[in-house]
Design a protein around this ligand. Structure first.
Ligand SMILES: Nc1ncnc2c1ncn2[C@@H]1O[C@H](COP(=O)(O)OP(=O)(O)O)[C@@H](O)[C@H]1O
Ligand SMILES: [Mg+2]
Length: 320
């Protein structure tokens, strides 16, 4: 009892000092706690409320700091989310531009042939007329040939327009038909590069989603194969498109014999801006966009190296 300082409260003369708050203010938390202990044993017990006040002030200051930090953090998160949205939009835009460029090339190739033919037929008309060989019969025949060439150009153009007309709506579409439409579009370009594209199944499989985007995914993958063939001077170039279904998923596999993805980047090729191509040729966006498209179709895109080249697989779980 005798040693308990609180029991003798009445005997203690409480002394107020002039500026105890100023005296304590510079102390750190441990020192303040020491001061509390000391003060409990000393005649300056009245300092306790001052010490408490200092603690409270500090607590409030910290709380304010914390609130401020939280606010800043919230703002930072908002900004980051906004930034990543902007990046995503930019990537999407870049991918569209890149795909557009590639498609333009394809269209130019598809058109070169019929344009040459038309120009030749024009010359032929004139020379037939000059030599007196032009009959109504041969004129009609020529006109039909010309129409066929023009039809071919119109088909290419309308495929091209379909491709880029932003169609936001989802629908059920056939993998085979859709892949065929992509390969038709790049037919001349791939022929020129000696690439043979085979669509293996003789059946159709339906999936649900945005068909244009699906076409972009296929185009990105086969264009990459084309680049790999050319970079590596591969002979007997072949791309096969295969699809199948089991009781859980629909699978699309696009396989080439260009030698495969370099091991050192295979883990990263779906990340944006990963490319092995020189500036101006590669953006590293194609496969990143393709994974986004795969996700929108409710599936995942993956890749592995087979014996002769890359095998891309799109796997879409069947709806329950
Ligand atoms: N079929 C393939 N064979 C070999 N490498 C490939 C194949 N497809 C993609 N790649 C590699 O993946 C990289 C990323 O492809 P992508 O995202 O389309 O960007 P980009 O074509 O602009 O380089 C390519 O630069 C290439 O190194
Ligand atoms: Mg690419």
């Amino acid at each position: 009892m005798k040693n308990n300082p609180f029991s003798k409260a009445n005997d203690i003369v409480i002394k107020r000092r002039k500026n105890p708050k100023g005296e304590y203010a510079h102390l750190n938390t441990t020192e303040l706690l020491d001061a509390v202990k000391k003060s409990a044993h000393s005649t300056h017990r009245a300092d306790l409320d001052i010490l408490l006040e200092i603690f409270l002030d500090r607590y409030n200051a910290r709380q304010d700091e914390l609130d401020q930090l939280n606010k800043e953090l919230e703002q930072r998160i908002k900004t980051e989310v906004q930034k990543s949205k902007t990046y995503h939009k930019r990537y999407e835009q870049q991918a569209k531009m890149a795909a557009m460029g590639e498609m333009m090339d394809a269209v130019a190739h598809q058109w070169k042939q019929p344009l040459n033919a038309l120009s030749m037929m024009g010359d032929l008309l004139v020379s037939d007329y000059e030599s007196g060989d032009l009959t109504l019969e041969s004129l009609k025949e020529m006109r039909e040939d010309m129409q066929a060439q023009i039809d071919h150009m119109v088909t290419t153009l309308s495929e091209f327009r379909n491709f880029f007309r932003p169609k936001e709506k989802n629908e059920t579409f056939g993998i085979k038909r859709s892949s065929q439409s992509v390969t038709l579009l790049v037919k001349d370009e791939f022929l020129k590069n000696n690439i043979n594209i085979k669509i293996l199944p003789d059946y159709e499989l339906l999936i649900y989603g945005n068909e244009n985007e699906f076409k972009h995914l296929v185009l990105n993958i086969i264009n990459n194969a084309k680049d790999a063939f050319n970079e590596r001077n591969v002979e007997n170039r072949e791309i096969t498109i295969d699809f199948m279904k089991d009781d859980k998923c629909t699978y699309l596999e696009i396989k080439d014999n260009a030698g495969g993805i370099p091991e050192k980047i295979i883990r990263d090729i779906f990340k944006p801006e990963v490319t092995t191509k020189p500036e101006g040729k590669g953006t590293g966006i194609g496969l990143y966009m393709s994974t986004q498209i795969a996700q929108k179709l409710g599936g995942v895109l993956s890749v592995r190296n087979g014996d002769n080249g890359a095998i891309f697989q799109l796997k879409i779980p069947l709806p329950l």
